[in-house]
Ligand binder design. Structure first.
Ligand code: SAH
Length: 342
């Protein structure tokens, strides 16, 4: 049986047309499921008995189950979810004064092999389905003390979202659709290592969520070594695609830059970064490297980080140093997965 969670409106319309059911019934079913939280077709009293029966024969409701929950001293919680086939993925809940952000995964493992990333050591085990992607949000929303507490989504957990294109797009559409999860496109951020062809495809989907690019280096020589995907899409090719990326007025691209001591943290790097981003409405997130056991990289000393930030600010960029939330529970950027997951 197919998991109803994750089925797109378009696909359900298609199925209904094959069943000779009117398209407006899709709206009714979605309202029950996503707005009222009903997980039993039998309770959908404005549908005919025969349609309810047919839905019941065709679809089930499947959510990831919580295998472990690790609360951090800073209030964030790392969830280890178990999927139906026994694979495990992680999501991180990060509450703050003005928002509650959930960081979600899109693949079990990843195949991009970035040298500094913990998930990379797993390789790619498999892609998540759209239902498994949004299932993380639904499950955390159910687990929080008051319902529907997740206000912001960052697609920055395990995996490369654009390497799992169709399920990712279906999942994002469900997140922002008024028929489904109703999140504002401003509150959903998709982070990519820079798969240029897929970025170009994504802009045709008309999903105006925020795009974050993990740039992490300013010269090909370095980016090639820490992010092998750079050999396929070198910095200039990536930047050209981003300069052409259609942004709505007042919206910006986010550039993520993991700071690795002695690798990409010099004043010259800061200058090159400023030059690369010139003309692109952008916001920069500096992420001091989160060390994990199997790695020799180190984050730069505080003064180096501030000096990098200060230069970029002097060039009129908005630059934030990302807090390492959940680092005591291995929930911080790049720390997900590996040792807890078999
Ligand atoms: N594949 C996507 C999303 C997952 S990685 C991407 O590349 O954007 C999410 C972010 O975590 C990326 O910016 C990545 O550069 C960063 N990251 C990975 N490992 C890290 C580590 N050990 N310390 C700090 N940031 C890390």
């Amino acid at each position: 049986m197919e998991n109803f969670l994750g089925v797109s409106e378009a696909n359900l319309k298609q199925t209904f047309s094959e069943w000779d059911v009117q398209p407006y019934r899709v709206h009714q079913v979605f309202t029950w499921v996503y707005h009222r939280g009903v997980r039993d077709f039998a309770l959908m009293t404005n549908l005919s008995k025969s349609l309810r029966a047919r839905l019941q024969e065709t679809f089930c409701f499947s959510l990831p189950s919580i295998r472990e929950k690790h609360p951090s001293s800073d209030g964030s919680i790392k969830y280890l979810f178990e999927l139906e086939d026994g694979s495990a993925i992680e999501s991180v809940w990060m509450p703050a004064k003005d928002r509650n952000t959930l960081c979600i995964s899109t693949q079990v493992g990843c195949r991009l092999a970035c040298s500094f990333c913990n998930t990379a050591s797993m390789g790619l085990k498999r892609n998540l389905t759209a239902g498994e992607i949004i299932g993380q949000i639904i499950k955390v929303n159910e687990d929080t003390p008051e319902a529907d507490q997740v206000t912001n989504i960052v697609i920055m957990g395990m995996g490369e979202p654009l390497d799992n294109y169709r399920p990712l797009v279906d999942a994002v559409r469900l997140m922002v659709s008024p028929e489904a999860m109703r999140l504002s496109t401003r509150r959903v951020t998709l982070s990519t290592s820079g798969l240029v062809d897929k970025i170009k495809d994504f802009q045709t989907e008309n999903l105006h969520v925020n795009l974050a690019i993990s740039l992490n280096a300013t010269v090909d020589e370095i980016r090639d070594t820490i992010m092998p995907i750079n050999k396929k899409y070198p910095i200039e090719v990536l930047m050209q695609a981003l300069r052409n990326y259609p942004l709505k007025p007042t919206r910006r691209l986010t550039f993520e830059y993991v700071l690795l001591e002695g690798i990409n943290d010099t004043d010259d790097d800061a200058k090159r970064l400023a030059r690369l981003l010139r003309g692109i409405p952008s916001k920069i997130n500096l992420i001091p490297y989160n060390a994990h056991v199997s790695s020799d990289y180190r984050p730069p000393p505080q003064e180096r980080i501030f000096s990098f930030q200060n230069y970029l600010m002097s060039q009129h960029y908005s630059v934030f140093i990302r807090k390492n939330r959940g680092s005591d529970i291995m929930g911080a950027c790049g720390q997900l997965a590996a040792q807890s997951i078999s």
